[in-house]
Design a binder for this molecule. Structure first.
Ligand SMILES: [Zn+2]
Length: 462
């Protein structure tokens, strides 16, 4: 009977361990179970003990064909034969931690499901036929994430969330760029919060941090300089390019708006600006009929036309491409000289659209140069991993339609995205309750009263 084999396997039993086994299917599966008597000795005095009947212990285990599954274990009671001792005790419980009413296998499955950030708490609750509150209590109890050791190469980024604290809109996410793990989430990205966090870490540990990558956010740099004295701060190249592209787009839109709708220049800047913004076009493609010009054109024709619209736009485009070339191809050895030339060219052109950009690259001059170092795995220093991990966290928040408990979010996220952390199943349940929210009225349902993870309330009677 395959279902019996399945049930036995999920209960950590061998077929030889079983004395009686009976499955009843009603609204759920109920397995009635007795295991063979192992004739235990008295745990107090070591004298032989005698069996003294049974007491039922009901617990929930993994679903069978998506039906909830309860095991009613007819648990033996014993009494010490030594008349001076007469100690009463019960058969060893190998099914559930302590006196909890959920099996190890069910809890292990829940802990594994918690590892997958694609599952919301509700998904896990439905999958395992357990209430969402219990899933949250298990998450709070099994996932203990202490402060982890600082890695050599830190990536810092922010994540917009309602869970942010201290009047801030962002959480701060920190990753290990070399080990490719998430190692910390802080409830705010303010300078104050970050200084506090690092201050509590022993100087010896902080002094070992060699690199910190970040976007162009001054407080991160200030904190790194003050608390991580031996690190090189590296500005993420992608963010520099992003700012440059924003300046270029603003100029393009300004120029476009100088022309009337329906004019050739307006059409080119409105419809074909992508040709100046990405490399994804193969300019020498097969010419196609263009409805506006009523002739066949390929991308190169349009590209050349767009560069004739306005000399400032063309100049700005050339500068932008020059910077992108520098960002892509410079090396740790030649970047310093090359960067000086780049900055000089921007300054000479003196385009108003790039004034803020020039200020940015001057402000972040050394950090941009540092980003060309390749200390590990021949990878340029960038914030790509932090961005990537942030994407997963953002998705987890979205699929849950918002999350509100920061501590729970932090623990589960780090557990899921750090390969060194594991869960530990315990019968010492706790809940990371949010502050300041009163608990509402709660009425127990019949099955809740039968199966709750509180102490085993049946008193031991002789
Ligand atoms: Zn005894």
């Amino acid at each position: 009977m395959p279902i019996k084999d399945y049930i036995i396997s999920t209960l950590n039993l061998e077929p030889d361990d079983i004395e009686t086994f009976d499955v009843v299917r009603k609204d759920a599966f109920y397995t009635h179970l007795t295991v063979k008597d192992h004739h235990p000795c008295c745990p107090v005095c070591g004298a032989p003990a005698k069996s003294k009947g049974f007491i039922d212990f009901t617990f929930q285990t993994m679903p069978v064909n998506s039906f909830t599954h309860y095991v009613i274990w007819h648990r033996r009671r014993y009494i010490c034969k030594d008349p001076d001792c007469h100690y009463a005790f019960r058969e060893d419980n190998r099914f559930t931690p302590g006196s909890l009413h959920s099996s190890y296998s069910l809890m292990t499955q829940i802990a594994k499901d918690l590892h997958n950030l694609h599952f919301t708490y509700k998904d896990i609750a439905l999958k395992n036929n357990v209430s969402m509150t219990r899933i949250e209590v298990y998450a709070d109890s099994f996932l203990n994430v202490p402060r982890l050791h600082l890695p050599d190469n830190i990536g810092i980024d922010e994540l917009c969330s309602d869970m942010a604290k201290y009047g801030n809109a962002y959480l701060c996410v920190m990753v290990d760029n070399n080990g490719r793990d998430l190692f910390e989430i802080l409830p705010s990205r303010t300078k104050h919060e970050l200084l506090n966090y690092f201050e509590k870490i022993p100087a010896e540990e902080r002094n070992k941090v060699k690199y910190v990558t970040m976007d162009l956010w001054d407080p991160y740099r200030d904190v790194a300089r003050r608390r991580l004295p031996n690190c090189l701060v590296c500005a993420d190249g992608f963010h520099v390019i992003e700012e440059l592209s924003r300046c270029f787009s603003r100029l393009r839109v300004d120029i476009m708006n100088q022309y009337d709708h329906g004019t050739s220049n307006y059409y080119l800047l409105k419809t074909w600006h992508g040709l100046l913004e990405t490399d994804k076009y193969n300019l020498d493609n097969e010419p196609r009929y263009n409805g506006f010009y009523k002739t066949k054109l390929n991308y190169r024709d349009l590209y050349e036309m767009i560069l004739k619209v306005n000399p400032d736009l063309t100049k700005a485009y050339e500068l932008k491409e020059m910077y992108r070339d520098f960002n892509k191809n410079a090396t740790a050895e030649n970047c310093s000289k090359w960067f000086d030339q780049v900055i000089d060219t921007f300054l000479e052109a003196d385009l108003p659209c790039y004034r803020t950009f020039i200020a940015t690259i001057q402000n972040w001059h050394q950090e941009i140069l540092n980003s060309f170092q390749r200390p590990y795995d021949d990878r340029k220093e960038s914030n790509a991993l932090a961005e990537n991990i942030n994407g997963s966290l953002r998705e987890a928040i979205t699929v849950s339609r918002g999350l509100s408990n920061f501590d729970r979010f932090r623990a589960r996220s780090i557990y899921s995205l750090n390969k060194h952390l594991t869960y530990s199943i315990t019968d010492n349940l706790k809940s990371r309750k949010r502050e300041g929210k009163e608990r509402g009225q709660y009425t127990k349902t019949a099955i809740d009263s039968k199966i709750t993870d509180t102490d085993d309330t049946e008193p031991l009677k002789d």
